[in-house]
Design a protein around this ligand. Structure first.
Ligand code: FAD
Length: 331
């Protein structure tokens, strides 16, 4: 009976006791859905010694936090986390269950959806709800990014989705918010686990710096060639920004793939995004359209990038960028 299922849940991903940014963003998105549906918003926290994180989950918008705390869940493993989630989901029956589209979030959500015999919309970029039918509307680019598809899970519960990092907004942290903490005991034994975490190697590539950068200077094929693209690096160095680019630039070998912005690259929300010599194809725009200020430079006044730009400069990047560098150096 799908009517038995109530409440919006967010899987709170934590690594070494630090909550992932996407989980806080999902609490912000989940809050809106829960308010519309007039139900509680819950965070689901799994791990070893993670109870101390509950106030933080409440401060970012949760009414309740379900906690399963066990030494066997110290490091993420599909097997142990699945057991924790299944225990909670079967007992409390959430209506909507959201996960960050991180490697662990994707892994866990797909395994949970299979065991709960429900559907899962992967890599969602927009969330809403049809109040009358109490249906989650999870939207994502489809058919090579040419359309946005809204996917509904009509007959099964919970309605599940993984959501891309940086597309939703976290609420302001408010330590005066109050909420309920619900602890569940779990029976787990290390010797029953079929996998073992041997070593965790931290990712120290440039990817993190692009995702977290406040200012990004991104270049496209309009920079002409690898040499022309050096102007993008020069401008970024001058103003202390990170460099990004389009897929065409990555395919041309001017930038490594981890600096690609867009549907098949990173989704980012810096304060300032320079889009230079970038046409503004939808597959690129989905990765940067939520930036606070978008400054586009393109010689084609009809380039689609101007539709999402806060400020636009129509002209030749080869002339404009050196002038910008000169001006910023004076400042
Ligand atoms: P172009 O589209 O060639 O645009 C170059 C622009 O530069 C033009 O607007 C031109 O007017 C301008 N220009 C030329 N010379 C100058 C000059 N001297 N001064 C100023 N402006 C100039 N793309 C991504 O970026 N990210 C993705 O993640 C991504 N994923 C994709 C996934 C799929 C399944 C598919 C099918 C495509 C994907 N793409 C992605 C590719 C995308 O469709 C576009 O092809 C790509 O974004 C275009 O890159 P661009 O803007 O650098 O090049």
């Amino acid at each position: 009976m799908i009517e038995e299922y109530r409440g919006v849940w967010v899987f709170i991903e934590q690594n070494d006791g630090e909550i992932e940014g996407v989980s806080l963003e999902l609490l912000g998105a989940g809050r809106k859905l829960a308010d519309k549906l007039e139900v509680a918003l819950a965070g689901v926290l799994l791990g070893d010694n993670v109870k101390s994180l509950c106030p933080e989950v409440i401060a970012y918008g949760a009414d309740e936090v379900y906690v399963v705390d066990h030494p066997v869940m110290k490091d993420y493993r599909t097997e142990s986390y699945m057991k924790g989630i299944m225990l909670l989901a079967e007992k409390y029956k959430p209506e909507i269950f959201l996960y960050g589209a991180t490697p662990n979030g994707k892994d866990l959500a797909s395994a949970v959806a299979t065991d709960l015999s429900t559907g899962l919309t992967a890599d969602t970029t927009m969330l809403d709800v049809d109040l009358e039918k109490r249906l989650l509307e999870a939207s994502r680019p489809a058919f090579g990014g040419n359309i946005m598809a809204t996917i509904l899970c009509k007959k099964h519960r919970p309605q599940m989705a993984t959501v891309r990092p940086k597309v939703m907004k976290a609420l302001e942290r408010d330590m005066n918010r109050t909420g309920k903490i619900i602890e569940e005991e779990i029976d787990l034994k290390e010797e029953d686990m079929r996998t073992k975490v041997l070593k965790i190697v931290k990712d120290i590539t440039k990817k993190a710096s692009l995702a977290d950068a406040h200012v990004v200077v991104a270049g496209g094929k309009g920079m002409g060639d690898l040499q022309g693209f050096q102007l993008i690096h020069e401008l970024a160095d001058t103003i202390g920004a990170s460099v990004g680019g389009t897929r065409d630039v990555v395919e041309a070998g001017w930038l490594p793939h981890e600096l690609q912005v867009g549907q098949t690259g990173e989704t980012i929300t810096p304060k300032i995004y320079f889009a230079i010599g970038i046409s503004g194809a939808i597959q690129h725009v989905v990765g940067m359209k939520n930036s606070e200020f978008i400054i586009a430079i393109n010689k084609d006044p009809n380039a689609p990038i101007f539709d999402v730009a806060t400020y636009g400069i129509v002209g030749d990047a080869m002339e404009i960028v050196p002038k910008l560098i000169e001006q910023f150096k004076v400042l």
